[in-house]
Write a protein that binds this ligand. Sequence first.
Ligand SMILES: C[S@@+](CC[C@H](N)C(=O)[O-])C[C@H]1O[C@@H](n2cnc3c(N)ncnc32)[C@H](O)[C@@H]1O
Length: 269
Amino acid sequence: MSSKQDSRALRFYSDVLGLEHLHYGIWKHDEELTLSNLKVAQERYQRAIIDLLPPPPARILDVGCGTGELSKALQAIGYEVEGLSPDVNHVASYSEKVGQPFHHCLFEDFEPQHPFDVVIMSESCQYIRLDKLFPVLDAAMTQEAVWIVVDYFVRDGVAGVMSKSGHTYTIFQRAVTKSQLTMDYDRDITEAVLPTLDFAANLVTRGELALSMLRQRINQRSVVLSKIVDLILWLARKELTKLEQSRILIDSDAFKEAKTYRLMRFVRS
Ligand SMILES: C[S@@+](CC[C@H](N)C(=O)[O-])C[C@H]1O[C@@H](n2cnc3c(N)ncnc32)[C@H](O)[C@@H]1O
């Protein structure tokens, strides 16, 4: 996904769905696919991160902090938090919710003024170039610091559109090994994130159904209006084809086959 598309997707989650967290959440088995359960799943995901932290007070860098929801929760329980995001939309929301410091840059370009006890990458590691990630991380961590990564990775051998977002898991692991960091916690949460995709697929199906009903009514009511709709659809044909092709991105079976979603913690070796 390009960063422009990505930023649009993130705005859809926050502006249209009213979601403050911009991640998949952790669902329990058999929970109903509703927006309120998605919000509960996102709170559960946040709790799972907090459970891996050293007790407050500690200095935390929230990398790819989104709208600042996790930072706000961490601040409320006594942590000293700094946010970092390259997205211009997050500058104001972070400062309203959390305050300063906020670093408006790519992690790759970050020059830490002091080291942190914890660095968190919640669904942001996938955007960071691996060759740049580790030197910056090294400068950003104290000797005893922990690095928490919650993200999805691409399984070996996957090609095409499903390989486009996320680091390849084995390449990521190899880079970690070279970096002198050791994983001391690893939880596979792939199954627990899938309902978010099913929820999104349901939304799309319902939207399509509503559109096709609208079209039917227009066809019945006015020939002129119906011709105008045909013209609009023809003009938008490229966008519509792209949309159809990206449908696979919200297919939970395809996701499960192509990706692994992990909650991991690392310490210095
Ligand atoms: C899917 S959102 C996750 C937001 C938030 N951490 C959460 O879990 O709700 C991805 C975040 O990563 C940020 N991001 C994208 N590229 C980045 C980079 N190179 N360095 C740091 N953050 C990046 C985006 O701006 C956005 O804030």
